[in-house]
Ligand binder design. Structure first.
Ligand code: AR6
Length: 177
């Protein structure tokens, strides 16, 4: 019997680079050259080989993702997902959802059983956090309902406001076990 969705979703407050998942997702830019925020933290923790590996796979348009080794990270893989720079909710909603599903698809193809996501586009890229939270959860839940892999997805929030937002939404949907 398939594992219930609520056993496949986790919520974590803290630094994504500390997670021992098969793959961690970074919120990247189209050039995949590293940057600030979560991308800065992931590149610092992975070491200089990461930027060489990621830039070789550029460009990565918004809504798409690329996968590399994790190098010095505990995670085996880094998935570089590019979210939209926020302009308006109607056009950017789908691009943000696609950044999540492209990442999940790469994780599945590479047999990464556990994947952790940051709150893509909600920092420098300016996506309103409430909408971003709903879009992220919907995209992940729809994926998990349709696919066996990855088996576990962690929503990694770096700020307590985001953690509260995800906790409320996941509780509303009865998805926190
Ligand atoms: N672990 C988990 N989440 C984190 C961490 C961390 N160590 N550090 C920050 N966050 P942002 P974006 C959260 O700006 O909006 C970069 O320069 C942060 O609290 O990192 O998609 C890229 O290279 C926020 O909720 O990504 C791109 O150019 C979330 O990560 C651009 O920024 C996303 O914030 C991407 O912008």
């Amino acid at each position: 019997m398939a594992t219930p969705i609520e056993s496949r979703i986790r919520l974590f407050l803290g630094d994504i680079t500390s997670l021992d998942c098969d793959a961690i997702v970074t919120a990247a830019n189209e050039a995949l050259r590293g940057g600030g925020g979560v991308d800065g933290a992931v590149h610092s923790a992975a070491g200089p080989e990461l930027v060489r590996a990621s830039m070789a796979l550029a460009p990565c348009p918004a809504g798409e993702a690329r996968i590399t080794d994790g190098f010095n990270l505990a995670a085996k893989f880094v998935i570089h997902a590019v979210g939209p720079i926020f302009h308006d909710i109607e056009t950017d909603r789908e691009t943000l959802a696609n950044a999540y599903t492209s990442s999940l698809s790469l994780a599945a193809e590479n047999n990464a059983a556990s994947v952790a996501f940051p709150c893509i586009s909600t920092g420098v890229f300016g996506f309103p956090p409430d909408s971003a939270c709903e879009i992220a959860i919907d995209a992940v839940v729809n994926w998990l309902r349709a696919h066996d892999q990855p088996e576990w997805v962690t929503f990694c929030c770096f700020q307590s406001d985001d953690h509260r937002r995800y906790k409320e939404r996941l509780t509303e949907l009865r998805l926190l076990s």
